[in-house]
Each structure stands twice: as C-alpha cells, then as structure tokens.
Design a protein. Structure first.
Length: 76
C-alpha cells in the first residue's frame, strides 16, 4: 500500500459508526458493585477474599456478606 492509500483507508475506518461494545461482567462481581463493596447486613467494607455469597432460595438473588456476618460465632 502506498501512503495515500493508507491515509484513505484510515479515514474510511474513522468515518464508520462504531457499535458500543459492552464488557462482560460476572454475576458475582456485579453484585459486589451493586452493594458498593459493602456487606448487606452490617454495611461494613468488604475485605478481599473475606466475604461470602448467599443466594436467597425464594428470589434467587445473590447477596454478599462479610465474614463476621456470614459465620456466626456464639459468645462464651
């Protein structure tokens, strides 16, 4: 290709309308973002890898709980 052909090719590519490309996001990541990276019960910030996904059997909706809310430890 000569320089003029290359320039015309690039102009033709730029003039075409581009389709919007949506990035695929997993359901779990989407739930964390919807909750603003906070626990569903206590509203504390979620620490990386220290949370649990809980699926409601009736509504089939996922919620994210911090480790303290997910694992209940009785007081001694």
């Amino acid at each position: 290709m000569t320089n003029l052909e290359l320039v015309n090719y690039l102009k033709a590519l730029k003039s075409k309308p581009l389709k919007e490309v949506k990035m695929a996001v997993s359901e779990r990541k989407n739930v964390i973002l919807e909750q603003n990276k906070k626990c569903a019960k206590c509203k504390k910030d979620l620490r990386p890898y220290y949370y649990k996904f809980v699926k409601d059997p009736v509504t089939k909706k996922l919620t994210v709980l911090c480790l303290n809310c997910a694992i209940h430890v009785a007081k001694r």
